[in-house]
Design a protein around this ligand. Structure first.
Ligand code: ADP
Ligand code: MG
Length: 245
């Protein structure tokens, strides 16, 4: 029977050599969920997102996208990534392309859209993130906050169902964090399903409806933001939060 789960992570483990980086990770993402993943550096947060986006191959376990196991070798990965997009800490823009081309190339190459249509969509999302005045700029001419807003517009232009964010504000100067979080807050309000790795605890508390706290490759604790931040059950969660808040 159909349910509202968009993603189901089941017994997911990832090892690099003898290093067990993720161990028996289990959680669900429903349509419209904003899931924030928090945890210390090295706890496996990026690896988890990279597995969900198939930038890493899980060692064991399943990742079900609408009940289809994406770790199946028959999976069409580029097509899957149009549905489950990703925004990176270091933007990963194409530095030799203009802002507009950055936001068009995936639409043309992967979605096979014609250029006019791709341009219309790119412009729509560049306007949404406040970057329409910069369409002819190259990434190096932009601030970090502007680059990240372009990267978000580029991801949105693929019209994904889920967007993954890996510490989208960690590489930014403090005065630019707010402009990126504001864009993400708008997307959350509009009901976009998002999984966000972040150290911005106030943002996580305010915007998410589900918080996953990771430590040493496992989910230590998860729940509603009011519970995780207001009434954590485990001492390890409490200790982590006192260091960050
Ligand atoms: P986080 O994002 O929470 O800081 P990561 O997922 O980046 O954590 O890393 C978790 C652990 O996995 C770290 O010990 C890291 O060194 C290791 N790791 C990540 N990617 C690789 C890789 N490609 N090869 C070997 N070890 C890796
Ligand atoms: Mg990381």
């Amino acid at each position: 029977m159909a349910d509202s789960n968009v993603l189901k992570i089941r017994h997911l483990s990832k090892t690099f050599g003898t290093n067990v980086v993720l161990r028996d990770i289990d959680f669900n993402v429903n349509a419209g969920d904003v899931t924030c993943i928090i945890g210390a550096s090295g706890s496996g947060k990026s690896t988890l997102l990279r597995c969900i986006n198939l930038l890493e191959t899980p060692t064991t376990g399943e990742i079900l996208y609408h009940d289809v196991d994406i770790t199946d070798r028959k999976m069409n990965v580029p097509e899957y990534r149009t549905k489950v997009g990703m925004v990176f800490q270091n933007f990963n823009l194409f530095n030799n392309m203009t802002v507009l081309d950055n936001c068009m190339v995936g639409q043309v190459k992967v979605l096979k859209k014609d250029k006019e249509e791709a341009k219309k969509t790119a412009m729509m999302f560049l306007e949404k993130v406040g970057m329409a005045p910069y369409i002819n700029a190259k990434p190096r001419q932009l601030s970090g906050g502007q680059k990240q807003r372009v990267a978000i517009a580029r991801a949105l232009a693929m019209e994904p169902e889920v967007l993954l964010f890996d510490e989208p504000t960690s590489a930014l100067d403090p005065q630019m964090v707010g402009e990126v979080l504001a864009v993400m807050r708008t997307l959350a309000k509009e009901g976009l399903t998002m999984i966000i790795v972040t150290h911005e605890m106030a943002f996580a508390r305010d915007v998410s409806n589900h918080v996953v706290y990771m430590a040493g490759g496992v989910i230590e604790e998860e729940g509603a933001p009011a519970d995780i931040f207001g009434n954590p059950r485990k001492n390890s969660t409490k200790e982590f939060l006192t260091r960050f808040m």
